[in-house]
Design a protein around this ligand. Structure first.
Ligand SMILES: [Zn+2]
Ligand SMILES: [Zn+2]
Ligand SMILES: [Zn+2]
Length: 249
């Protein structure tokens, strides 16, 4: 199973408009350091599964016939922006598995065009091409599901957006020995009150609770990028994902 990060940015991803911090200045000067909105591609046996669609250039990234299905974590704009263009495709329908959030984002669910939203129940596994997929509840400002994708005994868990994890999700995932964990981490330590995303300390606590072989941080804001430029991640299993990064699971 192959995972490609297409967008690893939080809503304050580098470069933030008008920000002169080191991370934003670097991202402005070097396009490869720029973080785009949440999106990732899972591939195995020629099957192509998109997780989230925050990038507005989804129609250019995926010409007709190059996507088999999509898993959506939730309906915040930074995860669905690309779907507003993809819905008016003239090509085949795309099934989007999603949480049961009838409101959706703006008119996306009412006028879904070629997108077919299919609501799923948490903790109920289903087969999708060569992979088995299970939704797991997360903790966020609107109904959000993480996704567990299993293929030939290997497990990938994509948990974003979240702050901490519900106990039921920890109890479900911890015994499974996840191989690769992709985890929301938007803030440096002491991220402060009123957040909907992990800071680095909360991300480390989740890694300790789930015990994955490897963890990649995503949904990264500019101030975490700046902090990581000065401080090593204090857990050897944890790395920061970057746009374009490819990982073998
Ligand atoms: Zn900045
Ligand atoms: Zn969100
Ligand atoms: Zn988000």
């Amino acid at each position: 199973m192959r995972l490609t990060f297409l967008g690893t940015g939080g809503v304050w991803a580098a470069p933030v408009h008008g920000c002169a911090c080191v991370a934003c200045s670097r991202a402005r000067a070097d396009d490869t350091l720029r973080r785009r909105p949440a999106s990732a591609l899972v591939e195995c046996d020629g099957f192509r599964l998109l997780i989230d669609g925050g990038r507005e250039d989804l129609p250019e990234l995926f010409p007709p016939g190059t996507l088999d299905a999509m898993l959506l974590t939730h309906f915040h704009p930074d995860h669905v922006l690309g779907l507003f263009r993809l819905r008016w495709s003239k090509a085949e329908r795309l099934t989007v598995f999603c949480p049961p959030d009838a409101v959706g984002c703006d008119d996306l669910r009412r006028h879904c065009g070629r997108l077919e939203f299919r609501e799923v129940e948490p903790f109920v596994a289903f087969d999708l091409g060569p992979v088995t997929v299970t939704a797991v509840p997360l903790i966020h400002s609107r109904l959000t599901f993480g996704w567990l994708v299993a293929y030939r005994g290997k497990r990938l868990a994509y948990l974003s957006d979240t702050i901490g994890l519900p106990e039921a999700t920890v109890s479900f995932l911890a015994p499974l020995a996840v191989d690769t964990l992709v985890l929301d981490c938007a803030y440096p330590p002491n991220g402060g009150p009123g957040r909907n995303h992990n800071d680095i300390d909360e991300a480390i606590a989740i890694v300790k609770a789930l015990g994955p072989h490897r963890c990649l941080l995503t949904h990264i804001n500019h101030d975490l990028d700046e902090w990581l430029a000065r401080n090593p991640v204090p857990e050897p299993r944890i790395e920061r994902a970057t746009d374009g990064m490819v990982v073998s699971v």
